[in-house]
Design a binder for this molecule. Structure first.
Ligand SMILES: [Zn+2]
Length: 203
């Protein structure tokens, strides 16, 4: 049994579990038997998806398991291809709760230290719905490579029709970013997520 996902935000976790059809109770933010059962189901399905590919490094595994199940599968297929191409990538970011997103948004603003790294408040980032991940690429000796052609190479080998790459965006280009492709806008995805409605049917 691994540590509970999103321990600081049970409502958020319930929404994610309901999106997967695993949680049948009220979205009340209270941990009870139905939440427990759904969380166990989510973990066992995550294990099953993991067994379809080789396990990755600790950080990648931890982040993949914060994604909705369809995104977990896509992320693993993506990562397997990138690693196969000898690109030393890890998934360094997965799902963030709205509170975590707000914390990130405050960085570099309102006198808080650090650079500005996101333009999205809580509930306004694709990372808030379990459908997006960011990669980091590392050197042989483990140094972090923040940008460069290797990010384009990762997309070249890893991209599929079911994915959207932040490097294809116009305006704010975000090459480490990948997510499931949807034909609806973020507001619709957010609404469905908050009501615990299936996300895969609109993919
Ligand atoms: Zn991202």
């Amino acid at each position: 049994m691994s540590a509970r996902l999103f321990p600081d935000d049970i409502l958020f976790f319930q929404r994610l579990l309901k999106v997967e059809g695993l949680y049948t109770g009220e979205l009340d933010g209270l941990w009870g038997p139905l939440t427990e059962k759904a969380a166990a189901g989510f973990e066992s399905l995550s294990d099953q998806i993991q067994s379809e590919t080789s396990p990755f490094d600790f950080r990648t595994e931890k982040n993949i398991r914060t994604l909705v199940l369809s995104a977990q599968r896509e992320a693993r297929i993506f990562m397997a291809k990138v690693i196969d191409a000898d690109i030393k990538a890890k998934i360094i970011s997965g799902t963030r709760t709205y509170a975590e997103q707000n914390r990130l948004f405050r960085q570099g603003r309102y006198g808080n230290p650090g650079p500005i790294i996101t333009h999205a408040r809580g509930g306004r980032s694709n990372h808030n719905f379990g459908i997006a991940w960011d990669i980091g690429i590392f050197t042989e000796t483990g140094g972090y490579v923040a940008e460069g052609a290797v990010y384009d190479q990762a997309a070249e080998v890893g991209m599929t029709d079911t994915l959207e790459w932040g490097g294809d965006w116009t305006g704010f280009v975000d090459k480490p970013h990948y997510q499931l492709r949807f034909d609806v806008d973020l507001a619709t995805i957010r609404q469905r997520f908050e009501h615990g409605e299936s996300l895969t049917m609109i993919a």
